[in-house]
Ligand binder design. Structure first.
Ligand code: ZN
Length: 107
């Protein structure tokens, strides 16, 4: 069974925000890949660059208390956290991690 598409109006917390972003970015990636005929690694780099540009623009809007939400960008730490999140999500999942797990209980 395919997962139900998440609509922007379904976003209520971090998990639903993540599901929405995953779905939206995959859809956008596939559209660009299909339309441009660029190789996947090139489109991935463009996607990562777009995320970096989004950070730069949002951080600039928050400099000197420019937004009432209170977030104070710390580019060094923020960019390192973005880099770590990218790496964490991108590394292949080790299937033997699951296979070596001991089954607890029975269904
Ligand atoms: Zn803000």
């Amino acid at each position: 069974m395919l997962p139900q598409p998440v609509k922007a109006s379904d976003i209520t917390d971090e998990n639903s925000a993540q599901a929405y972003l995953n779905q939206t970015i995959m859809t956008t990636f596939c559209r660009v890949l299909d339309s441009s005929r660029l190789p996947p690694d090139v489109v991935m780099k463009l996607l990562a660059s777009a995320l970096g540009q989004t950070y730069r623009e949002v951080a600039a809007a928050h400099r000197d208390g420019g937004c009432p939400c209170g977030w104070r960008p710390q580019p060094g730490m923020d960019i390192e956290a973005l880099r770590a999140s990218l790496e964490d999500a991108a590394v292949p999942r080790r299937i033997d991690d699951l296979l070596s797990m001991t089954a607890l209980g029975r269904a």
